[in-house]
Design a protein around this ligand. Structure first.
Ligand SMILES: *Cc1c(COP(=O)(O)O)cnc(C)c1O
Length: 222
């Protein structure tokens, strides 16, 4: 299926009206599709497998901002550390520390979002409110120099009940607001990553600053 540039223009406008960033989720999609969206003006792309990302990245223009949106294993951080723009799904202090270590090796500060578990499903990754509190507390007491927490990320339940989805986004926004005043060396909240193809409009209404949209732009994944 060809890339839907008309839909792209529409969603990019909606995001920009809300002063949000559209991350085009290109996982499983070929280089030529990413190219087509790049040529239409898109610069932020999201991938969720390290190997796929490191294969695609050198084949595409260097001014693309790559977002890692999957669950990142500590032993794979080193492969994306040289170029990654933002790591969305960070859910342990161990991973934050590894990202800091690899940031230092690459002489850069790597921005990350802490993932919060907001959905009903058991299977989704992320911190609960207590773990988030502990993680942020720990990082404010002992700031790391080459990693910066710039906000939160979450995924709503996979349901057609949009009231439930809205409640989950509201909850995430309330946690985001709670920590927005924390300003230490390693923590500065500017990004609230929530909303996908099925729920990005609700997410924008509830204060998202970053929507991650795949299938609406690239077509369903096989
Ligand atoms: C795949 C994925 C998306 C995009 O999903 P669509 O429903 O195709 O828009 C967004 N966020 C994460 C974390 C994903 O894994």
């Amino acid at each position: 299926m060809p890339v839907r540039t008309d839909v792209y223009t529409q969603i990019a406008n909606e995001a920009s009206t809300s002063q949000a960033t559209l991350v085009a989720v290109s996982k499983t999609k070929p280089i030529k599709d990413i190219r087509a969206l790049y040529d239409a003006g898109q610069r932020d792309f999201g991938e969720n497998y390290v190997q796929e990302l490191t294969t695609k990245q050198p084949q595409l223009p260097a001014d693309i901002r790559w977002h890692y949106i999957g669950h990142l294993q500590s032993n794979k951080v080193k492969y994306i550390a040289p170029f990654i723009h933002l790591v969305h799904g960070v859910d342990s202090l161990k991973l934050v520390k590894e990202i800091g270590k690899q940031g230092q090796k690459n002489s850069r500060v790597i921005d990350c979002l802490l993932q919060v578990h907001i959905a009903q499903e058991e299977t989704k990754f992320g911190l609960d409110a207590n773990e988030l509190e502990e993680t942020i507390g720990e990082l404010s007491r002992e700031p790391l120099s080459h990693v910066r927490i710039t906000g939160l990320m979450g995924m709503a339940s996979f349901t057609s009940d949009m009231n439930k989805v809205r409640d989950e986004f509201r909850y995430l926004k309330s946690l985001y607001d709670k920590y927005a005043s924390v300003q230490t060396e390693g923590i500065r909240f500017v990004n609230l990553s929530m909303g996908m193809s099925a729920d990005y409009r609700i997410a924008l209404e509830e204060g998202s600053t970053m929507i991650r949209v795949g299938s609406l732009l690239f077509g369903e994944r096989g």
